[in-house]
Write a protein of this length. Structure first.
Length: 393
């Protein structure tokens, strides 16, 4: 029992593998048990003194690792003897040399770093800012010329993403980051104009940053850990898809959800290319989701480079879908346009064309009374074609 109490999974795995920090607590490396190729699949948790591979399923403590590791594959008694030598514990037995591994050198377990408390905000903060009646961003979203199906989704989507509005902050929109355990991590504060474009005269801010300035967060003891915008939706009632679509902008995640509903999977946002973090993607993979990236028109190569740097492989760990952007992008959309920008531009153009067609049709009716008689007699209705479907004008 004394041997098991002294054994530290971080020390034991670290004798044979190069561990890297993964998140605030865990360590990772390519799985040595099934000769894995990717970081993040094999996790070591010092606090629980436990390891687990999310690919091959192997898990356990220090003794289990020594018994399963291909370079040792000790019996249970030999694993205990190895650990006793490793930590300088006298077992009363004659010292045994382990020829199939490097000689263990007794040393003290590495000191455990003091863990900071993760900042979580009261849900009341979110509830207090739920009235978006006068929010410029939400008013713009509501004003877009959606079709009937999409229009029915608008309020549900704004509600689902917990979009908030702060009159005290000059009419700011607040995009709350809530994790898969319903913990409010922080909120991104942004200002929008009436046309849906961000007010670039005011830099985005964070609810937690403002709290820290006011002395409500102690950075020496507390840590702000952000997450994907929309992460909480993986538990949404009635949602069954196992695909998560990742975009940069919170606005884009909302527009795409209104446009497509849940047909193509959940939409989440990093909040910027610099926030395409390894732990965000690994979290989704660990939960069993497929990840599809949707880069801006000019961001494809950069996103792939970031994912490669994180140790993820295109095709096996994630997919990239830029077909929509490539197919419908025009110079008028601009080099940094994403899927939502293109959808909004197409909606606006389609609505303008419908108005012009309606005006033309009314002129025809005025110029040709017989046409009006036929329409009234047979109760005909004009239609227009949009994206391959027919819709009533």
């Amino acid at each position: 029992m004394k041997i098991k109490e002294a054994a530290d999974i971080r020390d034991v795995v670290g004798e044979f593998c190069s561990l890297k920090k993964c998140g605030p607590v865990e360590l990772t490396c390519a799985c040595p048990l099934h000769v894995g190729q990717h970081l993040g699949h094999f996790k070591v948790n010092p606090a629980k003194n436990f390891f687990h591979c999310f690919v091959c399923g192997e898990h356990g403590g220090p003794v289990d690792f020594l018994m399963k590791y291909p370079g040792t594959q000790f019996s249970y008694p030999d694993a205990l003897r190895w650990l006793a030598a490793r930590y300088g514990i006298d077992t009363g037995e004659t010292e045994r040399k382990f020829t199939n591994v490097k000689q263990a050198k007794p040393r003290q377990a590495a000191p455990v770093e003091e863990k900071k408390e993760m900042v979580t905000l009261p849900l009341d903060y979110v509830k207090a800012l739920r009235d978006t009646t006068d929010d410029p961003f939400c008013r713009w979203v509501r004003s877009l010329p959606w079709g009937d199906t999409q229009r029915q989704r608008v309020e549900r989507v704004l509600e689902a993403y917990l979009v908030g509005h702060s009159a005290k902050l000059g009419g700011a929109t607040v995009f709350w980051q809530v994790d898969d355990e319903a913990r409010v991590r922080t909120g991104k504060i942004m200002w929008y104009k009436s046309d849906g474009h961000r007010d670039k005269s005011r830099n985005p801010n964070w609810v937690t940053a403002r709290m820290q300035q006011r002395g409500l967060i102690n950075p020496d003891r507390q840590e702000v850990v952000r997450c994907l915008f929309g992460l909480h939706l993986i538990h949404a009632q009635g949602y069954h898809s196992r695909t998560v679509n990742i975009v940069e902008s919170e606005k884009t995640a909302i527009i795409m959800t209104i446009a497509y509903g849940g047909a193509n999977g959940l939409w989440m946002a990093t909040g910027g290319m610099q926030f395409l973090k390894r732990e965000y993607i690994q979290k989704l993979l660990d939960l069993g989701f497929s990840v599809v990236l949707h880069p801006d028109h000019d961001g494809d190569a950069k996103w792939r480079e970031i994912m490669t740097r994180h140790g993820f492989r295109l095709g096996s760990d994630y997919q990239v879908n830029n077909q929509f952007v490539n197919a419908y992008w025009t110079e008028e959309d601009g080099p940094k346009a994403d899927a939502a920008d293109i959808i909004v531009n197409r909606l606006t153009k389609s609505a303008s064309a419908a108005i012009m067609a309606s005006e033309t049709f009314n002129r025809w009716k005025a110029d040709y009374p017989a046409l009006t008689m036929l329409i009234d007699k047979f109760k005909l209705q004009p239609i227009r074609y949009a994206n391959g479907t027919t819709e009533k004008t």
